[in-house]
Design a protein. Sequence first.
Length: 364
Amino acid sequence: MDRDRNNSLLLELQKADGTGNSRCADCGQPDPQWASYRLGIFLCLNCTGIHRSVPLLNRVKSLQLDFWETDQIEFMKEHGNLCAKAIYEANVPPYYYIPQSHDCWILKEQWIRAKYERQEFVAARICQDPCSAGTREGFLWKCGRKIKRFRKRRFVLSAREGVMKYYTKFGDPKAIVSIEDLNAMFQTQKMQHAHGLQITYSADGQTRNLFVYHESGQEIVDWFNAIRAARYHYLRTSFPAFPETELIRRITRSYIKEGYMGKTEPKQKETFEQHWFCLDSQKRTLQYFKDPLDTFAQGQVFIGTMGDGYEVRAGFPEGVRVEKRKPAITVVTPERAFVFMCNNDLEQQEWINALRGLIEKNTW
């Protein structure tokens, strides 16, 4: 009876208004079913797994499956998610990326370690200036442009100079990248590496991709946040009138949707060849690559707004014939219609939703 009563009290506490307990304390996923009786916070299953992997934090239980002592219940009542955030997130820099439930494991793991294990954001810590935080130097493993082999390369990031450089050998840099065009996103699945990071920038009017990783999860996440700090410094300096929320939104971005689709030529009579597609909301482009880790895209389709005559439809245009019909998408532009073939109905619907969301978005 005590067990059932204590578990019921926990569930009531998890759902109580004004406590912040109805979402995971670390990634925001709704309806968390686990809790840390060391920190007094409610957690989702994935973040619970991370807490269990950190010896200092390994005190978690299920709200319904485990037995809770009365003193543990009282501790949870006295604390809770908002109380923990006031302590451990008191001084999070505006450029620091706070992961959500859909983000990769390494981002969430390092966020949890930074908060509770290293206590980087407690009030006693001085919030680092973005210009100094956006200065970093070290070695990363970079994928080759022609031969997809990773080699160690030296990278230098300077928010003050407004550039990132990387070197193949000591001496002149191989590339000097303006922070104005710099973007970074984690790509653990595409790169098949738990610490995989994709860096993009503009080179001769094209978007260039760099794929890098580091053996240390903390190091690669620190690089990611250093790039964000440099970008924040640039945006805050270049657009002083912009509200803080708008600056933060523009620091870095991930693609709306990525994946394989078949693509045919303009006459729409050729066979459909598989390409890797990336939908970029900021540049409003659907880029396509022969290989997901290609440095440059083979081409791109600009995606304008509905008011400018852009539209996405399910299926093939009239007159298009293919031997093996699969779910298709037709993207209508003022110049022509582009036809893409998906592998299944689910992917077709996901691409349609992503494209329509961008077409209906009038802001640039």
